[in-house]
Write a protein that binds this ligand. Structure first.
Ligand code: SF4
Length: 262
C-alpha cells in the first residue's frame, strides 16, 4: 500500500465527470483517506481515518505548487474532493481562493454535508461556485446503513446544517444521491418533499457504477475507466438506468428541479 502513497500529489486528473465535464481535482486530504462517513460504496475503499475534527492536511502552498504544472488549466472546472471529506481541511477557504485566483476557473466542492452544522464551514463554502452535497438517505436507519457515519452524526442535524447553508449560498447547489436499490413509492415521495423544501439548483442521481477498492488506492480519486484498476476491487450492483429515469421523471414532474443521472 505504501508504494503509491510516497508519490502523493494533491492535484489529479483532469478527469471527465458526467456531472461537471472536464475537471481537475484538488485533494486537500492527503494519502490517508479521511472522512466522517465510511459509505458502503466508497470508491476509496474502507476509510482509514474516520473523524469530524478539522485540521490542515496539505498546506495551501503545497497545493499552489502542485497546481502550477497543470497550467494553462484546459478544463471546465476545478473540483475539491479527493481522498475523503474536503471540509475537514481547515485551510479550505484558502485553497478555494488560491484555486480560483490561479486557474480563473469555476471551483466546485463535493461534500458529504456532515460539517455544514459548523458556521465556519458554511461561510468557507460560499467561496465555491458550486457545492454538491451528498444525501443518500432520508431515514436515520438507511443513513446508518449506507453512510456508516461517526456515532455523533445525526441525519436531522445534517439536514439543519444543509438548510441553513441553502439560505445563504448564492452559488449552484446540487444534491447528489446515490441510489443503491430501488426506492419504494413512499421513499421517493418523502425525498421529493424534502427537495421541495430545500430547492437545490439541481439533483444528481447516481448509482454504483464504479467498483469499490478493497483498500485505499490514490488512483481511485480520478479513475472512471471500468476495467483499468490494477488492485483488488469489489463490484457493486448498480440500479438500472430505467429505474433512475423513472425516479428522475417523477422528481422533475413534481417539483421541476433539473435532475440528472449518469
Ligand atoms: S462521504 Fe465520500 S469520501 Fe466519505 S466515505 Fe462516503 S463516499 Fe467516501
Amino acid at each position: 500500500m505504501l508504494h503509491n502513497k510516497r508519490f502523493f500529489n494533491s492535484i489529479y486528473g483532469p478527469v471527465k465527470s458526467w456531472r461537471f465535464g472536464q475537471s481537475l481535482g484538488i485533494d486537500p486530504i492527503g494519502a490517508v483517506s479521511t472522512c466522517s462517513f465510511n459509505c458502503v460504496y466508497c470508491q476509496l475503499g474502507e476509510i482509514e481515518c474516520q473523524t469530524t475534527t478539522r485540521q490542515i492536511f496539505i498546506s495551501t502552498e503545497q497545493i499552489q505548487q502542485d497546481l502550477q504544472p497543470f497550467a494553462p488549466w484546459d478544463v471546465e472546472i476545478v473540483t475539491v474532493s479527493g481522498s475523503g471529506e474536503p471540509t475537514l481541511a481547515q485551510n479550505l477557504a484558502d485553497i478555494l481562493t488560491v484555486a480560483k485566483t490561479i486557474t480563473a476557473k469555476p471551483v466546485a466542492v463535493l461534500t458529504n454535508g456532515s460539517l455544514l452544522t459548523d458556521p465556519n464551514v458554511r461561510a468557507e463554502l460560499t467561496i465555491a461556485d458550486r457545492v454538491a452535497v451528498k444525501l443518500d438517505a432520508i431515514a436515520p436507519n438507511s443513513f446508518q446503513r449506507i453512510n456508516r457515519p461517526l456515532e455523533d452524526l445525526e441525519l436531522g442535524q445534517l439536514w439543519a446544517g444543509l438548510w441553513q447553508f441553502r439560505q445563504h449560498y448564492s452559488g449552484i447547489l446540487s444534491i447528489q444521491t446515490m441510489v443503491l436499490s430501488t426506492w419504494s413509492d413512499q421513499q421517493q415521495a418523502d425525498y421529493i418533499t424534502l427537495m421541495q423544501r430545500l430547492l437545490p439548483d439541481e439533483i444528481q442521481l447516481n448509482t454504483s457504477t464504479r467498483p469499490k477498492p478493497i483498500r485505499h488506492e490514490l488512483d481511485a480519486r480520478g479513475n472512471h475507466t471500468p476495467g483499468s484498476r490494477p488492485y483488488p476491487i469489489r463490484s457493486l450492483k448498480p440500479v438500472s438506468v430505467e429505474k433512475l429515469q423513472i425516479f428522475r421523471d417523477r422528481i422533475q414532474a413534481a417539483i421541476g428541479i433539473p435532475t440528472r443521472y449518469p
